[in-house]
Design a protein around this ligand. Structure first.
Ligand code: NA7
Length: 871
């Protein structure tokens, strides 16, 4: 119970354990849960009833866009049987009734103070409490403050010239009158074609005498196909409710689904059509957002889906010009939230509906009687703003929140929100957000994300209490790490390219930052759980029992690298070093066959060249651009035991396209059949042959560059030294050396070997296995195995060395870069953050490798630019 007493104004003064701001779905569950755990909770709510966004958004046609089978609380099985949704997508009145039903069922209203706006909250460091000021003049203090204020709860102030001049009624979809609006016989203007516009326009058009829609950006919308909940949707839930809800919790978006592995860019048109039509028919967002595994990664794949939606629009809208105006072209499908509609496009076939394209005819001004666009003055009886929200951060910074040392949250977030897990923020002790920026929130089924946050916060408060601690706050390192990870997740997608509210782009002056966490509900839950399992990682907790802090960063791998590693771990594959070499080679070939093929190049040619002990194979990659192209000799990876001239095929296609170089990938003899120095001898033979034949292979004259990955990087580094040492006309000049995660030493004693010994594909024991096959212990310091140990590193070709943060070979690669530089060579060292030994080669799977490969390609071009100038 709150310790409360009535004040003169009827408001209460109270000291409680937790103040919760907002009585929407987040606030209601938080109150129920914390109360059950023995905390004294006070919820403060601006409205006169529960419901949050569903209290305010009463515009005609307002519905949820996640099926009600999923858009529902799951914390209490009895609640699920006590309530039955009437439709696939419930209307706002039904969803509001559900919120009210929940409030009554758990007797929540007695701890909710309605008609109370929270104006300010400041952290009283002396008392270790939040002091809260409200519109009712109530003064509260609380040990913890939780913002459950919603992501879409502060409507955007109309940013249109003359807004405020109109003399007739003006409505905002986000603040719709409770008694409803009758537009019969009226001339109505609707400004905005996001979800709120698209849901309300068909219904307003049915009533109004004339409806004029002012569209700035057309949106993608798919027909919701609403109606009773389909039996096939109900079946899995009824068969095993717990399993279904668990699957939702560990799904990508909070709705059970099986993500496809099919890439749009690599599948044929009949597969495109089949998959798109199947998703379209569901009338659900998650299938249409997941037609292809790569549609949010690559523009070409995305364009397949976007093009098909435009075809659907053209098939419905009779007037071709209107159809064209309604067809989105300025953003990739899904980078703004697509809409679900009921008869939206059909509405434009009505004679009483007109579409005004604000890109062509911007609003000059709202006037007393209507709207002026271009040279035209239009008269209206009513104007409806469906112009959206100050999303995700608006409601949080609307409260004047001051943390430690007088720092305000608004000030701290001036360049964009900074949070740990979207749950907390440094400088604001005992402050939590439900579905805050930096968490999946609006990219997920909100109900699942709300429940996860409420459970996490509740568990956190219980731990604090039972550990005899009173305050909790993230550390700067943990917060910075999370922000980096969250931005890494967004950076590999197309999301940042759109002017969306996800990017804050809809509110003038709002910083352009991707606000939600796009790594997925499942990955996010795993990170949150891991923070707890690793001893409240990145959280400083203090109180009577002392101070505890296990500082650190929960996610440092690039998100797509992490996903690949998780997938591999789940497959429980045998390790190469557990097999004989022949079996390991066959296994590698099998794994390689399952890779995406990489981009098309101008030509791929297979041939043979004279190796040191007989013919060996090569594969040549020629760019599609006019030649002759500079030539790169490439040595494949595989620890001198595995791989072949064609085993790094996708990587070489990618490098060929990016660099515009002709690449010749060569075989060399493998251990244990041919041990050291056979591979080196073949590498030198390849260098001589490719250099001598560059022009007859169709390449440009002049020195070739060498490149290689892993053991192939070792070979490339070694031939540079041998060519320098052996001199003579038969040992050609080398334009540059590109070494991707190379072996440069025979010792395996660096910190990176210890830190990354296991779990990142190339393990310390696999390296041991490679070395044991390749060379006797006594030879492993020979510079032809350990180029780092060469007597002199002076006079070598310019180098570009790439190291991966989570690679056992990281430190020796970095050491070689430093040593080359110290010896006076030109060196570029690219330290690939969050990458492993193998991840940079995973074309179209590890998209975060693209910027690194772009730098590698630029380095190759740079080698030749310099050698041409020198010539
Ligand atoms: P949205 O999706 O932000 O849509 C707002 C619409 O209003 C959008 O079409 C905007 O065009 C338009 N808009 C905003 N400001 C202006 C001005 N100044 N002039 C003309 N047009 C303007 O908000 P909703 O309420 O529809 O939906 C929000 C979410 O709720 C939705 O994604 C679902 O998750 C549920 P713009 O695209 O900015 O050019």
């Amino acid at each position: 119970m709150a310790d409360s007493s009535a004040t003169a104004g009827g408001a209460r003064a109270a000291d409680v354990d937790v103040v919760v701001v907002g009585a929407g779905f987040a606030g209601l569950y938080l109150l129920h849960k914390l109360r059950g755990l023995g905390f004294r909770v006070q919820v403060l709510e601006t409205a006169d009833d529960v419901g949050g966004t569903w209290y305010w958004n009463r515009y005609p046609g307002a519905r949820c866009d996640i099926p009600t089978t999923d858009y529902t609380y799951s914390f209490d099985p009895a609640l699920e049987t006590a309530w039955t949704w009437s439709e696939k997508y419930a209307t706002q009145p039904e969803i509001l009734r559900y919120a009210q039903f929940v409030a009554d069922r758990y007797d929540l209203r007695r701890d909710i103070q309605f008609n109370t706006k929270v104006e300010a909250a400041h952290w009283d460091a002396a008392a270790n409490r939040w002091r809260i000021r409200t519109s009712t003049d109530a003064k509260l203090s609380a040990q913890h403050l939780v913002m459950a204020s919603g992501c879409l709860s502060v409507p955007k102030t109309p940013d249109i010239p003359g807004a405020g001049r109109f003399q007739g009624p003006v409505y905002s979809t986000g603040r719709w009158p409770h008694q409803g609006v009758d537009f019969t016989g009226q001339r109505v203007a609707v400004i905005g074609t996001g979800s709120s516009g698209i849901q309300s326009i068909p219904l307003i058009a049915e009533q109004a005498a004339q409806l004029t829609v002012f569209q700035r950006t057309p949106n993608y919308s798919i027909p919701a196909g609403n109606g009773p909940v389909a039996p096939e949707r109900r079946a899995p839930l009824e068969a095993n409710r717990d399993a279904y809800r668990l699957a939702a919790k560990w799904s990508r978006a909070g709705v059970p689904s099986e993500p496809t592995q099919i890439y749009g860019r690599y599948s044929p048109p009949d597969v495109h059509a089949e998959r798109f039509e199947a998703a379209w028919k569901t009338g659900e967002l998650i299938p249409i957002l997941g037609v292809f595994a790569d549609q949010i990664l690559f523009p070409d794949s995305n364009a397949i889906v976007a093009g098909k939606v435009r075809e659907k629009i053209r098939a419905v809208v009779h007037n071709p010009e209107t159809a064209e105006l309604l067809s989105p072209k300025d953003h990739h499908f899904g980078t703004k939230r697509p809409c679900l509609d009921t008869g939206y496009y059909q509405t434009y076939n009505r004679p009483n509906v007109r579409l005004v394209d604000l890109r062509r005819q911007p609003i000059t001004s709202i006037t007393e009687t209507g709207i002026d666009v271009g040279g035209e003055s239009m008269r209206f009886d009513a104007i409806v703003y469906a112009t959206g929200f100050d999303a995700m951060t608006g409601a949080i910074v609307a409260v004047d929140i001051t943390g430690r040392d007088g720092v305000t949250l608004k000030g701290k977030w001036a360049a964009g929100p900074i949070t740990y897990l979207g749950l907390m923020s440094v400088g604001f002790p005992n402050f939590f957000m439900v579905t805050g920026p930096g968490s999946p929130s609006v990219l997920s089924n909100m109900m699942v994300s709300i429940e996860q946050h409420v459970d996490w916060i509740s568990d956190c408060l219980v731990r604090l209490r039972s550990d005899g601690l009173s305050t909790i706050e993230p550390t700067p390192q943990a917060e910075a790490g999370w922000m980096q990870h969250s931005q890494d997740c967004a950076a590999i997608t197309l999301f940042p390219s759109a002017d969306s509210w996800y990017m804050g782009a809809n509110v003038p002056g709002k910083p352009r930052v991707f606000l939600p966490y796009v790594g997925g509900v499942d990955a996010y839950r795993k990170a949150c759980d891991e923070v707890v399992a690793r001893g409240d990682l990145g959280l400083r907790r203090s109180g009577p029992a002392g101070e505890r802090c296990n500082d650190g960063v929960v996610r440092q791998l690039q998100p797509d690298v992490g996903m690949v590693l998780d997938m591999l771990a789940a497959m429980n594959l045998p390790t190469f070093d557990s097999m004989p070499p022949e079996a390991a080679r066959a296994f590698l070939a099998q794994l390689n066959a399952a890779r995406p093929p990489g981009p098309a190049v101008g030509e791929v040619l297979d041939g043979s060249f004279p190796g040191a002990a007989g013919p060996l194979n090569y594969r040549l990659y020629r760019p599609a651009t006019p030649g002759p192209h500079p030539v790169v000799l490439y040595y494949h990876g595989g620890g001198w035991v595995l791989g072949s001239a064609d085993s790094d095929d996708p990587l070489l296609r990618d490098l060929c396209v990016r660099s515009g170089c002709l690449i010749v990938s060569v075989d060399y003899r493998h251990a244990p059949e041919a041990c050291f120095p056979a591979a080196v001898d073949d590498a030198m033979a390849a260098l001589r042959w490719v250099s001598a034949n560059a022009e007859s292979l169709g390449g440009a004259p002049g020195p070739v560059a060498v490149a290689g990955w892993s053991a192939g990087g070792n070979q490339a580094a070694v031939v540079c030294q041998l060519a320098r040492d052996q001199g003579g006309p038969e040992n050609p000049q080398i334009a540059g050396q590109l070494l991707l995660t190379p072996v440069t030493d025979g010792e395996r004693s660096t910190a990176s070997y210890r830190e990354n010994a296991e779990g990142y594909v190339l393990t310390a024991s696999l390296m041991q296995w490679f070395f044991d096959h390749y060379a006797d212990e006594a030879d492993r310091h020979d510079p032809r195995i350990a180029p780092l140990r060469a007597k002199s590193l002076a006079g070598l070709p310019p180098a570009c060395i790439v190291t991966g943060q989570f690679d056992p070979l990281r430190d020796e690669g970095a050491a070689y870069a430093r040593a080359l530089e110290a010896a006076g060579n030109r060196v570029q060292h690219i330290a690939a953050r969050g990458h492993t030994h193998t991840s940079l080669t995973m074309i179209d799977v590890v998209v975060s490798g693209e910027p690194v490969r772009a730098q590698m390609a630029a380095a190759l071009r740079g080698f030749f630019a310099r050698s041409t100038v020198a010539a």
